[in-house]
Design a binder for this molecule. Sequence first.
Ligand code: GLC
Length: 482
Amino acid sequence: MARSFSQEQLRVRPSSKEEAVVQRAREHFERTLIRVRGELAGSVAALEHPRNHQELNYGEIFLRDNVPVMIYLLTQGRFEIVRNFLDLCLDLQSSAYQTRGVFPTSFIEQNGELIADYGQRSIGRITSVDASLWWPVLCWLYVRRSKDWEFGASQKVQRGVQLLLDLVLHPSFEGTPVLFVPDCAFMIDRPMDVWGAPLEVEVLLFGCLRSCCRLMELCQQGSKSRLLEQRLTLTRQWQQDLRIYLLKHYWVTSKTMQVLRRRPTEQYGDHQHENEFNVQPQVIPDWLQDWLENRGGYLIGNMRTGRPDFRFYSLGNSLGCLFGVLAPPQQRALFRLVLHNRHHLMAQMPMRICHPPMENGEWANKTGADPKNWPWSYHNGGHWPSLLWYMGSAILLHERQHPQADVLLMGQMKAMLEECYWSHLNQLPRQQWAEYFDGPTGTWVGAQSRTYQTWTIVGFLLLHHLLRIRPEDVTLINLEEL
Ligand code: GLC
């Protein structure tokens, strides 16, 4: 009783500091917005980075870092900037033969010229698949919120959608609905053994296909185009197949694990489907037992022949809720898992990007001995404040859509979220809105962390908006049919 009383107090704690922190964060955020071709068009990745790293690209507009920026601007009714951003990205959609349809990872205007990175400039020459998959999602969220149907139905947008779909809807050697990608193709953009069909990319693909359908439907009424009809049918089917695939191969609970551990191996032929990927029970890690507890569940990180990746990835799982890959009872199982593993996932600085980290030989082998991805650091078990609002909105959206379901659990989730929000509020201004935090509890500012990182700042503002200002705006992110 005493505990819940103090939590209650925490929740309603009147604080003049809160207002001041939010106000300062808003000012920092304004400074991140930059002009391209004379108009405000998006945010730079970070306001400050060490002088000796001037040549790095944190001064560029990254598509993925601008996801929370654009969603925040939508909540503020600043539609023009979002439209400029979407428009510019379309202008930069690659038309080169080998990358046609790909959106850039980042871009910048230099001496009146637009320079974009499709991977040819990046460290390690990696390409980001997530940037391309995010574009239709952001475009649909913008069109629906601003009611700029004209932009959505414009030839420019529709052409962009078709070019992008060409990258996905084509025959492949595997013949599965997943998109096969190299290592480093998303937010985790350094070697981390996340090649193949990493969760975040596949969930984003699902959101992308959903959004492409909505955008194509805008043109459906007026036109009798058979091509458009065919594309729509194919995209809808692909999206459905993908969801079934993800739930079948990525979703695990304590119950499913007991079945998986006792499956036969070396099965040939297409008549039974018990162990398609020929996974040996020995690859199932020990930590999974406590992690899953009795009633928890989550989407594992990757599925590949013989080598599933059981690591927990926060962003892929949060998006699994927001985009509707997970059914409501599964979302609650995920919330139970987050609550149960709160000391890992939230700890001192919510929230950890990926758990557990790779150590020793595995770290050396799989990351190429990358010092930035040292165990408990950066992508390898580091803590990224920018990730909290994704999980936060998953919780808030669920609560809004299913107010009667498991009130006790949802109450605990809300209390946890509130405490996480307070950790940000109390720590981030002091830590100069750092990019990431290191160590098993996420207490230390990341060894190579930038300060005044845009998505740290705007992620906090978004969570503040959803918790304090307009909770109903969480539906803005909902991709399910209304
Ligand atoms: C780092 C991160 C990447 C982010 C970029 C800009 O490369 O790994 O996810 O987009 O910085 O902030």
